[in-house]
Design a protein around this ligand. Structure first.
Ligand code: NAD
Ligand code: ZN
Length: 410
């Protein structure tokens, strides 16, 4: 496995003046009794290093993937190294590396480096290194301080605004994990804007999901912001981040461990996670489906199930279709996958056990209308006959056979 660990080289002298920071602002969110600092802006590497220095760490462990190491994490690690011993741990990009093997290697390398209870783990990258770093920080000495530096939309707008940290096993996604609260979230929007159009589209799906399931008042603003081309400016991404922070901040205050109202954040994830795990391919190359793409298909399936069950009307379905189309994501499965395989993976869904249901049912978040989730018996997870879910997955596949849209440039 191509895992790298190195101490960053001494920083080279800057030859060109770095871009000036702009749009710098401070936010926060409260979770499980702790206030998490959020620093947001463009070209804010120096401000990030200053925020990290305030933690008075004896060592930093920067966790990233190989691509982000080149793009941002290496430079940040070099800057930190000027004052504090810093270890850069990187794994190859990809969901297949968000596993116990990578975690175990990183634990050994961090201990070899001499981390102590005063050390800080810094996650720089998308949701994948962010989740690995989260579990690493939660496990080392039963909890080292953790700072998130998200570099994808999905990480900034979703995964870092959470205490949930997990890695995958062969059984299902996110099956081994823990809860760990970060100290701070530092977002350089100029770095986030470098993401591929496909990753930017995938990231905005979670913000759309929040609006559909929780905060429909955000829909008009999303209609203005979303662009199929995904040519988002850092300022646009800042707005999308603020929308996500508003919803997640409110929900996490109420339900930090995402077991009650927080379950609504899982809208579209029951079928979505199963599609990811089933390795649903998309596009001519059959490349792996992305998390947000899977959530978009999962929301399409959830809306379909709610419609078939007589809950969501045609207008509600149309709002789903419109917003997903505005993101620029195709609402069909373009590569064959058996509905039974999807149902098999749903059986291992990580919400299993939150609400009992018999073997012929699946539990999922369903909407009665946009922004109005079904909350029977004070639970947001509703048992649904597997046959309804299978029918919705069949529909995604049927449309995929007829689909000529593709999903835009990657
Ligand atoms: N609550 C949670 O913990 C939570 C919530 C949502 C998603 N997730 C997890 O997040 C993961 C998906 O996150 P992701 O889509 O960010 O994946 P990722 O970390 O793999 O990033 C996607 C790709 O973008 C590259 N990249 C990262 N930043 C870049 C930049 N600024 N410019 C160009 N390329 C860049 C990466 O190298 C990678 O190839 C999934 O594993 C999902 O389960 C977790
Ligand atoms: Zn998600």
């Amino acid at each position: 496995m191509d895992l790298q660990a190195r101490e960053p080289a001494a920083a080279a002298d800057a030859t060109a003046a770095p871009p000036l920071p702009s749009g710098l602002r401070e936010r926060s969110f409260d979770i499980a009794g702790k206030r998490v600092r959020v620093v947001l802006g463009e070209h804010i590497e120096a401000e990030m290093a200053a925020a990290l220095a305030e933690l008075d760490a004896d060592r930093f462990v920067v966790v990233t993937d190989a691509r982000v190491a080149e793009l941002a994490a290496g430079a940040l690690a070099e800057r930190l190294e000027r004052t504090t011993p810093t270890l850069l741990l990187s794994h190859p990009p990809g969901e297949e590396f968000k596993n116990l093997a990578t975690l175990s290697r990183f634990v050994d390398l961090a201990l070899d480096f001499g981390v102590t209870r005063r050390s800080v783990v810094v996650a720089v990258g998308g949701g994948i290194p962010g989740n690995i770093a989260g579990v690493l920080a939660g496990l080392l000495f039963r909890g080292l301080r953790l700072v998130h530096v998200p570099t994808t939309v999905i990480a900034a707008c979703d995964s870092v605004l959470s205490v949930k940290q997990a890695v995958n096993t062969g059984h299902a996604k996110n099956t081994v994990g823990l809860y760990h609260i970060p100290e701070a979230v530092l977002v350089d929007l100029a770095v986030v804007a470098n993401g591929s159009p496909r990753d930017l589209r995938s990231g905005t799906c979670e913000t759309v999901k929040n609006a559909l399931a929780i905060e429909p008042a955000q829909i008009p603003r999303l209609r203005r912001l979303l662009r199929r081309e995904a040519d988002y400016s850092p300022a646009d991404l800042g707005e999308i981040f603020e929308l996500s922070l508003a919803v997640k901040g409110r929900l996490l205050l109420e339900d930090p461990y995402e077991k009650h109202a927080g379950v609504l954040l899982e809208y579209g994830h029951t079928v979505g996670h199963a599609l990811e795990l089933a390795g649903a391919g998309r596009g001519p190359g059959g490349d792996m489906i992305k998390h947000g793409e899977a959530v978009a298909l999962g929301m399409t399936a959830a809306a379909d199930v709610a419609h078939r069950a007589g809950l969501l009307d045609a207008e509600g379905l149309a709002v789903h279709e419109e917003l997903i189309d505005r993101i620029g994501i195709c609402r069909c499965l373009t590569v064959g996958i058996a509905p039974e395989t999807v149902l098999h993976h749903i059986a291992y869904d990580n919400k299993r056990g939150y609400r009992s249901c018999d073997g012929s049912e699946v539990t999922m978040v369903l909407l009665r209308a946009v922004g109005a989730p079904l909350n029977a018996e004070q639970r947001y997870l509703t048992p649904v006959p597997q046959t309804l879910v299978a029918a919705a997955v069949h529909d995604l596949l049927r449309r995929g056979k007829e689909c000529t849209a593709g999903h835009g440039p990657s």
